[in-house]
Every structure is written in C-alpha cells, then in structure tokens.
Unconditional design. Structure first.
Length: 117
C-alpha cells in the first residue's frame, strides 16, 4: 500500500518507528502543539527522542519507547485537547444549527402527538 493511501486512512498522529520496533513515533504538524507535548513529556518525565523533519510541510517527531506508550498516549490526548478547534467555529452558525435541531425535535414531537388522535 502506498504511503499516500496509508496517510489518507491514518486517523492518529503516531505509528511504529520504521527502523526500531521498540519505539512509537508521534508526529505533529503544529509546532506549538508539539512543544506542548514535549513539555508534558519532560514533566512526566518520559524518555524521548526528538527530530524535526524538514520539507514542504515540516513535521515535529517524537520517538517514545513502547513500554511508555500508554503514558505518552495520555499526554498526546492532553495536547490535542488543549489545541482542539470547535467543530463549528462560527458562534452564530453554531447557534443556528442548535436552533434548527431543537425546532426539528419540537416539530417531530408535535407531529407524533397529533398523530395519536
């Protein structure tokens, strides 16, 4: 399978190290998020190796031993939670979707109650 297809279906930001199977590699395209992940690793403290892969789209990489994978995964979740963007960024569109949903539910309940007669 080509790496383009693998990247298309890869929903996580970690994978096995290509050369050393004792490591997992976490990768971040957002360097601010990668720096926060690094701070969390140092606070824990967990051993890691860091590398920045240059190119058209630079990537911050962290190699973590598999024995620390669950701890690193928790820290990874914390870093994603801190930099998470809302599903619907515009506040007014969010309220419009919420209003539409509530209206549809009310209309469905009214329709159900009227059909009972």
């Amino acid at each position: 399978m080509s790496s383009k297809v693998e990247n298309l279906f890869n929903l996580t930001n970690y994978r096995d190290h290509p050369e050393n199977k004792d490591y997992k590699v976490f990768f971040f395209y957002n360097f601010e998020q990668g720096d926060y992940f690094k701070q969390l690793l140092e606070k824990e403290p967990l051993e890691y190796e860091q590398f920045i892969e240059e190119g058209s789209k630079p990537i911050m990489l962290f190699g973590i031993r598999k024995r620390h994978f669950n701890q690193a995964l928790d820290l990874n979740s914390l870093s994603y939670a801190r930099f998470k963007k809302p599903f619907i960024a515009n506040k007014w569109i969010r309220f419009a979707v919420l209003g539409f949903t509530i209206s549809a539910i009310i209309i469905a309940i009214i329709g159900y109650l009227l059909s009972m007669n």
